[in-house]
Design a protein around this ligand. Structure first.
Ligand code: WT7
Length: 650
């Protein structure tokens, strides 16, 4: 197994958790046998399966061709006419759900708003009409750079309604990032706010837009929502207040019947190197992926109060805050601010206050909650919860167990959902009533998804052998291309493992077929000829009860090729001593083997992360090997972390 093509997997987890009989009994898919049957039947006839699922959406005209696959380019439901905004709104009004809460929103300062499906529909129609008044046409690109307020959802659905293509830029990004994205997409309009609230302070969104627009020649107008009331400059002739723009416009705006392959949005995601990639998603297939997976993986029922904590600036927000849940007429909770404002129990307070039943968040957040301590969730009644979700990176078993016990009260299944901006919707996850879970495993591909783990030649590897995770068959919510760069699309996703979609993630299947994601293949260490997943070493470190979080990278080593450098943050109140360093090295060596024994442990107050919570190992690699940081740092969340790490070296 020291084969360069494979990745040596050392993590072993033996705990298995079964859903309760009651949960399974009520679930959409209630047994493993039923899951298997669904998956097998889908695999036998992928197109037939998706065509059947697509009937659950409202189409203005039925498609003539389910799938046209000219590898690597897919067209799904060609000939069909559909509108995402119609599916998220009008359809439910026609079904008598006018007064069901669509969106329960809470601002960071504590202000709240609830919009029913009818109210949301009305606001979306008005804003869509306003966009038309501004001369926005079908196919025009629009940048949305807003705090997490209802108007962000309204703006997205208004674009979708008239066939304009939104490009949401996360409100935490800089002016530079906004300008880059405006220019790449050739946006005509920016929709923003004066500011937003974050940890009691305001984020200067409009000031950033002013800077960005100076460098964005295609932007004609800027629409500004008044959120914080902070002082801003309004440029006459260019800038328009949201509230003035919609005053007096009609509240009827028929949804455009759009081709199934009409673009719905572009979402930029930073590659590990180089300029951000404009992930290009279209309407019918994407919406189907969003609605189908949301219903199945979260086992959604009409009375659920569903909370996905992601910002709409990420794909998780697009698919599981907006399009999936609204297409399924779900009541969603949306919170503007930080989890630790005014105190570390804000999330638990919100869950108790609104009776949240399904909660979906990220491992990085879960580890922060663990670090803050159990006293915060213990202050609140969390018994309304029935299901928990995780997304964004592999969840280490320690965090999984904590989530299960402390947040879920031992009662709630956990769905660990693997997917990517590119995949549009969840690909690998347990159906919670059907699939027994193992802490740290995303379990099995969903019905309709054919995933395999292969070596460099594209051959499937054996049980417990690590390899590359690939997707063998096209699926409806797959990205169609990279906006403006089809060559990069082909190169990035289709050339590494010909014939399959290359995910760039390492994974293994255990003897029961469970899939264990090992992280990005570029996060792999090569120690004495063994390719080791950094995530597995991190996971081992996090099992030590003094460790809050760990990041592991390789550093040049003359003998081993790469040595293992670990950056470790400790739990509150634990002293950073040399004896603890020695103890941690032994601990890793004992739990996963001498091969993985860390060469170096460094204690740090924080780890450099992207704004979506991913550890920037590239920066740590530079530090571990004593290099100056090279490359793009625009997605780094907190620069002081980096400065502190460097000053620790002196
Ligand atoms: C990458 C995609 C998908 C929405 C959020 C991130 C990692 C994501 C998991 C998971 C292990 C995961 C992968 C993937 N990832 N979810 N449940 N277990 N790894 O979207 O920014 O496009 O990142 O995140 O490495 O390739 P993204």
């Amino acid at each position: 197994m020291s084969n360069q093509n494979n990745i040596t997997s050392v993590l072993r987890e033996t705990r298995v958790f079964h859903p309760s009989a009651d949960f399974s009994h009520k679930a959409h898919v209630g047994s493993f046998a039923e899951y298997k049957r669904l998956w097998e039947s889908a695999r036998e006839d992928i197109e037939g399966f998706w065509a059947e699922q697509a009937k659950s959406l409202a189409w203005f005209k039925t498609w003539h061709t389910t799938l046209e696959w000219k590898a690597p380019h897919a067209k799904w439901f060609d000939g069909g006419l559909i509108n995402a905004s119609y599916n998220c709104l009008d359809r439910h009004l026609n079904n008598g759900l006018n007064n069901k809460a669509a969106l329960i929103w809470e601002g960071e300062p504590g202000d709240t708003r609830t919009l029913t499906y009818q109210m949301l529909h009305r606001e979306v129609c008005k804003f869509a009409n306003a966009l038309k008044l501004l001369g926005i046409n079908k196919g025009d690109r629009i940048t949305i750079y807003m705090p997490l307020v209802p108007e962000l959802v309204i703006a997205m659905l208004a674009c979708a309604r008239i066939g304009a293509v939104h490009s949401v830029v996360f409100g935490g990004f800089s002016a530079e990032a906004v300008a880059d994205r405006n220019n790449d997409a050739k946006s005509r309009l920016v929709i923003t706010a004066d500011g937003g609230w974050r940890r009691g302070k305001t984020v200067p969104l409009k000031a950033n837009v002013d800077q960005a627009v100076e460098k964005s020649p295609t932007i004609e107008k800027v629409v500004v929502l008044k959120r914080t009331g902070q002082a801003i400059d309004m440029h006459p002739g260019r800038d328009l207040w949201w509230h003035e723009l919609i005053s007096g416009v009609g509240s009827e705006c028929p949804a455009e019947a759009l081709d199934s392959e009409h673009p719905l949005f572009i979402l930029y995601t930073s590659g590990s190197t180089g300029k951000p990639k404009g992930i290009y998603h279209t309407t019918g297939g994407y919406l189907l992926g969003a609605a189908y997976t949301h219903k199945l993986v979260f086992d959604i029922r009409p009375d659920d109060v569903y909370w996905c904590t992601a910002d709409a600036g990420w794909i998780t927000g697009h698919t599981y805050l907006v399009y999936g849940p609204l297409a399924n007429a779900t009541t969603i909770v949306m919170y503007e601010g930080a989890p630790n404002h005014p105190a570390e129990d804000r999330f638990w307070e919100i869950i108790a206050k609104y009776g949240v039943t399904v909660f979906y968040t990220a491992p990085t957040a879960i580890r922060a909650f663990m670090k803050w301590g159990d006293q915060f969730p213990k202050r609140h009644d969390l018994t309304s919860l029935r299901l928990l979700g995780s997304v964004g990176e592999p969840i280490n078993p320690e965090a999984w167990m904590w989530y299960q016990e402390v947040i879920g009260g031992g009662r709630c299944p956990i769905v660990d959902t693997w997917w990517q901006t590119e995949t549009g919707s969840i690909m690998i996850a347990p159906l919670p009533g059907a699939v027994p879970t193992k802490p740290g495993s995303a379990t099995f591909p969903l019905p309709g998804i054919v995933a395999e783990i292969v070596d460099k030649e594209g051959k499937e590897v054996g049980a417990n052998e690590g390899g590359f995770l690939v997707i063998k068959k096209p699926w409806p919510s797959m990205l169609r291309t990279l906006y403006g760069d089809d060559e990069r699309y082909q190169k990035t996703y289709w050339e590494n493992t010909p014939g399959s979609y290359f995910t760039a993630d390492g994974a293994r299947r255990d003897e029961e077929g469970y899939i264990w994601i090992m992280g990005r293949v570029d996060d792999v260490l090569n120690v004495s000829g063994h390719r080791l997943s950094t995530m597995e070493v991190e996971s081992a470190l996090a099992q030590h009860h003094y460790v809050a979080e760990a990041a592991v990278v390789g550093k040049p080593d003359e003998i081993k090729g790469e040595g293992i450098a670990c950056f470790v943050t400790l739990k509150s109140g634990i002293a950073a001593t040399d004896s603890l360093k020695a103890e941690l090295r032994d601990f890793v060596s004992k739990s996963i083997g001498a091969l993985a024994r860390p060469d170096e442990i460094r204690f740090t107050e924080g780890l450099p992360k992207t704004r979506s919570g991913k550890i920037m190992r590239r920066l740590l690699r530079d530090i571990a090997s004593g290099r100056q940081t090279s490359g793009d740092t625009t997605t780094l969340e907190d620069y002081s972390v980096l400065a502190n790490l460097r000053s620790d070296e002196e």
